[in-house]
Write a protein of this length. Structure first.
Length: 318
């Protein structure tokens, strides 16, 4: 660990990367990981009431993040990093089982894969492939109320792509937002503009020259993408690996590659104050490129070096 690679350890061609891990191993891992799901669900349900019940809508502070559970693995270099998601407030004909994914390595990222459920994603066969009218930048996209919200490539805009009509129904510039490598998260990847959804609605996480690289948060109208309100934090965006919102509070992750990282800061939009935290967070595959909270599932969805994973969470009763 940590030593330099000698000639005997030549780095293989990147195209071969997904094949480093022999299939049987990842299959066994998937099986054993999956058998853990009911246990973590049980924990969540006793702590929070069943997801989807009124009881579980009670908001609180994040107090615990469980071990990652692997749902699927990308099979080409395009999926070294990406984004996968479910809609917490779907509109017909879609349901909360529909699962979506974008492999984001490449300059013209336009394919949005649609699956009937996460199990179909694990097997790798999409029910449908949407070709986006504009290429998407990075891993900041989310699905919410029947739309894919994404940042079109090389722009400081956010767009809404309607999943039923298969057209862009709204697009709006985020004033002063850095883009294409100005204020990314610590791993890079043009993660300047990151969308998020929580119990309270749709958010965009970014930074500006005026904020000097600190995280700026704006609440968006999901139909028009108008900015309803903006908060400026004192958390440096390049200094954290990723972030997400739960119940109106922004949480950040300390590292995208350290196996024993932490959720290290929280910024509460209700009080406008931030505090340091140290909640253990595991980067099992050492390359976290996307992290989002799903308020309906009460889980974090993440993309960790080819792997699509979820993390159970626990909130304190507010």
């Amino acid at each position: 660990e940590g030593g330099r690679l000698g000639p005997a350890h030549a780095v293989p061609d990147p195209a071969a990367a997904p094949r480093w891990e022999p299939q049987p191993l990842s299959f066994q891992e998937l099986q054993s990981e999956r058998s853990e799901v009911p246990v973590s669900r049980l924990l969540e349900e006793t702590a929070l009431g069943r997801p989807g019940e009124e009881d579980s809508a009670g908001c609180g502070q994040l107090v615990w993040v469980g071990e990652p559970v692997v749902f699927g693995r990308a099979d080409s270099i395009a999926g070294k990093y990406g984004v996968w998601m479910k809609d917490p407030e779907p509109v017909p004909p879609f349901t909360r089982d529909n699962t979506w994914r974008v492999d984001t390595v490449g300059t013209e990222v336009r394919q949005l894969f649609q699956y009937e459920e996460a199990e179909q994603l694990a097997r790798g066969y999409p029910a449908k492939v949407h070709i986006l009218p504009r290429p998407l930048e990075s891993t900041g996209a989310v699905i919410y109320r029947g739309g894919l919200f994404f940042q079109p490539r090389r722009s400081r805009s956010v767009a809404r792509y309607d999943l039923r009509g298969e057209t862009v129904t709204a697009e709006r510039e985020i004033p002063g937002a850095g883009y294409h490598g100005q204020y990314p998260y610590s791993w890079g990847g043009y993660t300047d503009i990151d969308l998020a959804v929580d119990e309270t609605g749709l958010w965009v996480i970014y930074s500006t020259e005026k904020a000097r690289g600190a995280i700026v948060l704006s609440k968006l109208d999901p139909e028009t993408l108008e900015i309803r309100r903006t908060w400026e934090t004192n958390i440096r965006k390049r200094g954290v690996a990723n972030s997400f919102l739960i119940c109106g509070t922004l949480y950040t992750v300390s590292s995208y590659s350290a196996p024993n990282a932490t959720i290290n800061f929280a910024y509460d939009t209700a009080t406008g104050s931030s505090r340091a935290l140290s909640i253990p967070f595991e980067n099992r595959f050492r390359y976290l490129s996307m992290l989002d909270y799903n308020p309906a599932e009460r889980q974090l969805f993440a993309w960790d070096s080819f792997n699509m994973v979820t993390y159970p969470v626990r909130l304190s009763r507010a």
